[in-house]
Design a binder for this molecule. Structure first.
Ligand code: CDP
Length: 219
């Protein structure tokens, strides 16, 4: 497939900071941005709305999905978050969502974040990142992202619940047979535990410049 711009793949486990990085990279490089997790979340939303279980065949919902469906509210609800990895583990669902992802970047290129962008969706991506961080760091970030207050009396209980939920999703995502979460052999790995979002962006931009041999300006 001939693509009219660079494709940048940003993969990694939940809450590692890949969404923040991918969004910022897209803005700086003036490329379209797709959070592919929202595609799986939108299919899951339809599954739950229909009263089906996450393990019930969901290919029909995936085949009917459009990018507009990812703009629906409620895709980050606890119910969807709890069910999404089981829906995403279905090979037929993944197969049905390949075209929509490839088509998204087919005209201008794009920055896509997910789990299998550099390995399955765009194995020929111009630049691949694998963004990761330890489980406690990721749980803390998700807690704060959700408006959590570290001084609240139930903070540590809530952190544990988030940690368990991330661990369980990581387990399903990493161990599924089809397109598991894994690092592409040619991905740049960025461990973000000791880095803030600005440092991750600046390191990623340095790599993008080196790979694409261009000088995108940080505004
Ligand atoms: O934002 P967060 O890290 O919580 O997750 P997400 O990117 O919204 O993805 C939600 C779920 O969708 C993941 O846990 C995976 O099960 C699935 N997913 C996937 O299988 N492949 C992708 N390319 C993106 C997401």
């Amino acid at each position: 497939m001939k693509i009219g711009g660079p494709v940048i793949a940003v993969d990694g486990p939940a809450a590692a900071g890949k969404g923040t990085l991918a969004r910022q990279l897209a803005e700086v490089l003036k490329l379209p941005y797709l959070d592919t997790g929202l595609l799986y979340r939108a299919v899951t939303w339809k599954v739950l709305e229909a009263g089906s279980k996450p393990t019930d065949p969901a290919e029909t919902f995936a085949r009917a999905l459009t990018i507009e469906d990812t703009r629906r509210s409620g895709l980050r609800s606890p119910e969807v978050t709890q069910a999404v990895s089981n829906v995403a583990a279905q090979p037929a669902v993944r197969e049905a969502l390949i075209d929509i992802q490839r088509h998204f970047a087919s005209i201008h290129g794009g920055v896509l974040d997910g789990r299998d962008i550099g390995t399955v969706i765009f194995p020929e991506a111009d630049v691949k990142f694998f963004i990761t961080a330890s489980l406690p760091t990721r749980a803390l970030r998700r807690f704060l992202q959700m408006g959590g207050d570290m001084t609240a009396s139930d903070a540590s209980e809530k952190l544990h619940i988030i940690e368990d939920s991330l661990k369980s999703r990581d387990h399903i995502d990493t161990n599924r047979k089809n397109a598991p979460l894994c690092q592409a052999h040619d991905a740049y790995v960025i461990e973000t535990d000791a880095m803030d979002a600005a440092s991750v962006l600046s390191e990623a931009l340095r790599i993008v410049r080196e790979r694409l041999n261009t000088c995108p300006k940080v505004t």
